[in-house]
Design a binder for this molecule. Structure first.
Ligand SMILES: [Cu+2]
Length: 98
């Protein structure tokens, strides 16, 4: 690998890969069914989650960032992203739907 190739690889790793990762984080529509701040958990009636191979359903998720729960109430319509973190279904991003 010459110098130029090395730089190209470095650039790819620092710029292109994070962008690709972001593009794969699709959000899914849901409605808040229950907010459990003490346990840091959310029950969401959600549409399908393709990244988890999950059809639409109502289920409980862990929440990575407790701050996400502060402004949420039952019945809120949201868009969110979920992932399996340490073997548990976890909300990793969430915002209220407009
Ligand atoms: Cu589910």
């Amino acid at each position: 690998m010459n110098r130029r190739q090395a730089w190209t690889r470095l650039l790819f790793a620092t710029i292109a890969l994070p962008l690709a990762g972001r593009a794969q984080t699709t959000t899914t529509a849901g409605e808040i069914v229950k907010v459990d701040k003490a346990a840091r958990r959310l029950t969401i009636k959600h549409e399908g989650l393709p990244n988890l191979g999950m059809p639409a359903m109502t289920m409980t998720f862990d929440v990575r960032d407790a701050g996400l729960l502060d402004d949420l109430a039952v019945g809120d319509k949201v868009r969110f992203a979920a992932a399996k973190v340490d073997g548990r279904y976890t909300v990793v991003a969430l915002s209220k739907a407009p």
